[in-house]
Write a protein that binds this ligand. Sequence first.
Ligand code: GLN
Length: 280
Amino acid sequence: MNRRQAIMKACLLLRRQEKEESLAKFLLMYMFDETSQSFNSKLSEQLSLEVENKYFQLIEKHIEDDMPLSHLVGFEYFYDRKFKVTKDVLSPRMETEELVHKIIEYVKDKNLINIKILDLCTGSGIIGITLKKELEDYNVDVTASDISELALKVAQENAKNNYADIKFIQSDLFDNINNQFDIIVSNPPYISYVDKNTIKKNVLNYDPHLALFADEDGMYFYRKIIEGSNTYLKKNGFLFFEIGYNQREKIEDLGKKNNYMVEVYKDINGHDRMAMFEYK
Ligand code: GLN
């Protein structure tokens, strides 16, 4: 069986179970760890029996358990780099690429050199690592922290594999941080426990709940970070957050209460998704 035939067969299996068919192609491409261009040029290549069996086993696993692609293969791409994913970290999301892009644009626009960036709740490390790599010419000093030791292990491995020189600190928010930063960024847990029953099974069963849910109607981490910024953010510094599609008003209120100007941006799907805070 060649690559094209395997994908077609998998599509059929997925379609029968009303699953998204695009997974068929991505899964095989991820298994070969090839760019889409190189993969597409080899669609008529034969699969070894071993690869074929593994591929259909994973397709079955997806059908039976709703296991997402990142967990089927153990990694995900973020900003064109490869990041290891385990059960201890949130799988990288496209929306978070947009947040990172905003920060990169911001640093480049203002031509900020030698700044210090803190990535709180770093999880797999995608935000801090990507900023360090994409802003190499700006000599940014990146610190990333997480409460979870197991997440930090994954993040450290990701930093090493991507040759990103970052400082990692195990810390419950600012508890073990003792520095001031020009930018503090976070994609913290932000889903309200009340919304738990609206979350899809493939998220609920695979992403760590520690990374998904937050008290105070999802606002706990934003409040703590904003309050902590009095101490840990430089006076002319900025805060960047990923937020939930329904948190615009609440994040704006929180900003106002703490004397910040807040700008909220939409993601590619038109949902409120990013917030930037600046001292008034
Ligand atoms: N910062 C990581 C990410 O953006 C983890 C976020 C989280 O665990 N809530 O994916």
